[in-house]
Design a protein around this ligand. Structure first.
Ligand code: ADP
Length: 573
């Protein structure tokens, strides 16, 4: 229809206002008409237009005009060329149309796949983080139980540390997914940068020590102690960069250099962070690749990770308005440099107190009113864990296994505080929160959501539903206590931080002391370490301790930290 309309318009234009052309340049107005028809409707519309134009010129024109278009052989030839050209134009237009449709379909498919990936990751994150919550929670809880023998407490330490490691890996994959699906967000809050740096260097120097590397901190006096920034992201960047430096260095040292200078914007400062190592270095060709996800270059057999650390670091730095650069040469170490704008901390900024970390709660402080706590949670392990944590602190708990039951218990028992799981069958936590808020007395009760989701949308939904706060699974027991203290104004009695089991600094594991062991004990140690069975390893180390207590202690230190490679390397030097 469009083609027919266009051709008739083209013919009409020849009658007026182009009548002065008479029979000259016959096809002048028909070419654009056919082209537009082909672009609009594809090859079929284009060819229909061309045929119609030929019919008009051949049959209709002699009737309308005293000067017909087709007079001789050359005009016939002109018509044939017109038809051929129109066929080609229509063909090209059809190819373009098809390519466009294909691209659109591919884009829609990619968008659908991306959405499916995000949904998959969101539910995967839930599935993975929920059992981890139980592993981390129960192992911490048992670790604080003074009736547990020292040996078993060490095993619990290993479970806990391995769980934390697993959680870090899961978080890496999820972070990358968040970046890729454009769901990353920034949480600016005042942080104690000094404490963060100390924490990270403590953690990393243990790893460095195991490889006989030196980790040095070169902090200029202008490096600020308190700033406002996204502390979680900054911490992860530092851990990624220093962690890589330790991973990809075999001998020498790692220097973490920290300084700052005023930034362009008022009230902000530019942090300058450099991580320098004397490791394997990165060739010029690989330097541009390593910031892409999943890229790992030849690392001479050194320990590898997921290939996500640098990609995440770069995305974080850029998202926060900073930049990252690298100076390196193969075999001559690397310097990663991050320039990151942060906001200066204001006086009175409340810095989250992390000093309570790992402190055991003994019970309620004297003179506290009686608090009733409701736990709405459908997973058995998780409700047992929460129940124990709360009861250990001397508070009264009741359970509800879904949102609807939660509302019932709320009305009958009038709790002061509700721990609300979000994903539950029958009625989820969001709906239950909304309904409780509308009930009599529902606006006073404190509701804190428990979620395994890592996406910001979920957090916004939780707060919009009326929750006062939320805690992410897996949580540390201290987070649970700290949250109740904040919202309920309840006070707990804490025992001073428990000493870390085992000694913190290790003597060097010397080949000589291991070589002096009876040969069969050496073989047993080697076999046990290869088997990765903690109980078997500890049993052999126990027997070594009887012969050489000092060596036993050193071996325990490394075994506790899962540094099995170090033991094997020294044993078979
Ligand atoms: P991975 O989990 O493999 O460490 P990253 O994204 O953190 O992933 O790093 C990507 C790759 O970049 C690494 O596999 C390694 O080849 C290289 N790389 C990163 N940091 C260093 C470094 N300090 N020295 C040498 N190579 C490095």
């Amino acid at each position: 229809m469009v083609a027919v309309a266009l051709i008739i318009t083209a013919a009409a234009l020849r009658i007026w206002p182009l009548h002065a052309l008479e029979s000259r340049i016959a096809w002048l107005t028909f070419y654009p008409a056919v082209t537009i028809a082909a672009l609009y409707g594809g090859i079929f519309a284009g060819l229909t237009g061309a045929v119609l134009a030929c019919l008009i010129i051949f049959f209709l024109w002699p009737v309308l005009s005293p000067t017909p278009f087709i007079k001789d052989y050359a005009d016939w030839l002109g018509m044939a060329v017109f038809f051929l050209n129109c066929t080609m134009i229509s063909g090209v237009a059809e190819a373009m149309r098809r390519a466009k449709t294909r691209a659109k379909k591919a884009q829609e498919e990619a968008e659908a796949a991306n959405k499916a990936k995000s949904n998959f990751l969101a539910s995967m994150s839930h599935e993975l983080r929920t059992p981890l919550n139980a592993i981390l929670g129960f192992s911490s809880l048992m670790r604080n139980d003074s009736s547990i023998p020292e040996e078993q407490r060490k095993t619990l330490d290993i479970i806990n540390r391995s769980g934390e490691h697993l959680l870090n890996l899961i978080n890496d994959v999820l972070d990358m997914a968040k970046v890729e699906s454009g769901r990353m967000s920034i949480d600016i809050a005042p942080i104690d940068l000094g404490e963060m740096v100390r924490d990270i260097t403590d953690l990393m120097s243990m790893r460095a020590e195991e490889k006989n590397l030196k980790l040095l901190l070169d902090q200029s006096s202008n490096f600020p102690r308190f700033v406002r920034t996204d502390g979680i992201k900054l911490r992860q960047m530092l851990i990624n960069l220093v962690g890589n430096a330790v991973k990809y260095t075999e001998k020498g040292s790692i220097i973490l250099r920290l300084s700052s200078r005023p930034a362009e914007a008022i009230d902000s400062q530019l942090l300058i962070i450099e991580v320098e190592d004397t490791g394997i270095g990165i060739s010029a060709e690989d330097q541009s690749r390593i910031f892409s996800p999943f890229v790992q270059v030849d690392t001479h057999g050194l320990q590898k990770g997921t290939g996500l650390g640098l990609a995440i670091t770069k995305q974080y730095v850029e998202f926060m308005g900073g930049r990252i650069s690298l100076v390196s040469a193969q075999g001559r170490g690397s310097i990663f440099r991050v320039e990151l704008p942060v906001i200066k901390a204001e006086e009175g900024d409340e810095i989250t107190d992390t000093a309570k970390k790992n402190r055991k709660v003994l019970g309620l402080a004297p003179g506290q009113p009686e608090f009733r706590i409701l736990v709405v949670e459908d997973e058995v392990v998780n409700w047992i864990l929460l129940q124990r944590l709360i009861e250990n602190a001397g508070l009264k708990v009741r359970l509800a296994k879904n949102g609807a039951e939660g509302i019932g218990v709320f009305e009958a028992w009038r709790p002061h505080f509700i721990w609300m799981d979000i994903r539950m069958d029958i009625m989820d936590g969001l709906e239950a929160t909304r309904r409780i808020r509308k009930l009599d007395g529902g606006s006073e009760v404190k509701i804190v959501a428990l979620t395994a989701s890592v996406f910001k949308e979920e957090r916004d939904n939780i707060l919009a539903a009326g929750a006062d706060d939320f805690i992410r699974k897996p949580y540390r027991p201290e987070e649970i206590y700290e949250c109740m203290e904040r919202h309920l104004k309840v006070k707990f009695l804490y025992e001073d931080a428990l000493p870390d089991s085992g000694n913190k600094t290790a003597a060097d594991l010397s080949y000589e002391s291991l070589a002096a062991l009876p040969p069969e004990l050496k073989i047993e140690l080697s076999d046990a370490v290869v088997s990765l069975e903690a109980a078997r390893i500890n049993e052999v180390i126990g027997r070594i301790s009887e012969l050489n207590p000092e060596l036993g202690k050193t071996l325990l230190y490394y075994a506790d930290r899962l540094s099995y490679t170090k033991i094997l390397q020294t044993l078979h030097k």
